[in-house]
Design a protein around this ligand. Sequence first.
Ligand code: GUN
Length: 291
Amino acid sequence: MSAQVIDGKAFAAKVRAQVATEVGKLATEHDLVPGLAVVLVGEDPASQVYVRSKGKMTVEVGMKSVEHRLDDDTTEAALLDVIKSLNEDPTIHGILVQLPLPKHLNEDLVIGSIDPAKDVDGFHISNVGLLGTGQKSMVPCTPLGCLMMLRDHHGSLSGMDAVVIGRSNIVGKPMAQLLLGDSCTVTIAHSRTKDLPDVVRRADIVVAAVGRPEMVPGDWIKPGATVIDVGINRLDAPEKGEGKTRLVGDVHYESAAAVAGAITPVPGGVGPMTIACLLANTLTACCRANG
Ligand code: GUN
């Protein structure tokens, strides 16, 4: 293996420590505690794990953590009522509605009901528009975490060729905007892209965010390129015993690491950075709300 491994776990711990320091200053100098509310509808096991871990880390950095767990059959009106009360609560600075929502709920309507200033996910169309026009906004946590790792590794990204594989609203599109903001030449590739291997081979930076296990093999990677793997896919792992799974990314790690200059592992790469950026966004929202 030749690639430098980008340690997202260690980087995220550093970011959380910086957030904790700032939270401590807010408490002593301004008697202010940032508050993050997470709303979870239904019983999705993966979402439950995320929400638990978000709550734990929120408390660890000294913030107030509030969780609203609603039944699977919660009505849209009831959910909107919860969001309205959080919008109006001055002790809450960040609101996150865990996605995906059950099918009977309109995700766009629900996200659109969050006060954009408290939208720490950066999913509200006001924040999407602000990011797209290069204005001060709330930036989606996963792409923000990827950008921080890229800046940390490279310094300037100016003039680099970047390919983002995946065009989701949560990762692909905002990732492309952020890279463009850092003066990369950006291509967004997706399931209809012609000759994807060739497109990826031209890139100095590859961000894979498609949700397909090990879809990007090493021979698509330009030697020396930086590979950011956003995928978290659970595969059966018979070697680990009955019912056991292993996590893999969207990139085939071993073959890609043999040619890349740097690569994020799964787990321990992008994942921990997402929560760290959520906490950083909550701190930012609290500071903006209080001048
Ligand atoms: N589900 C998976 N990732 C995310 C995320 O970043 N934010 C929210 N709200 N839901 C998610």
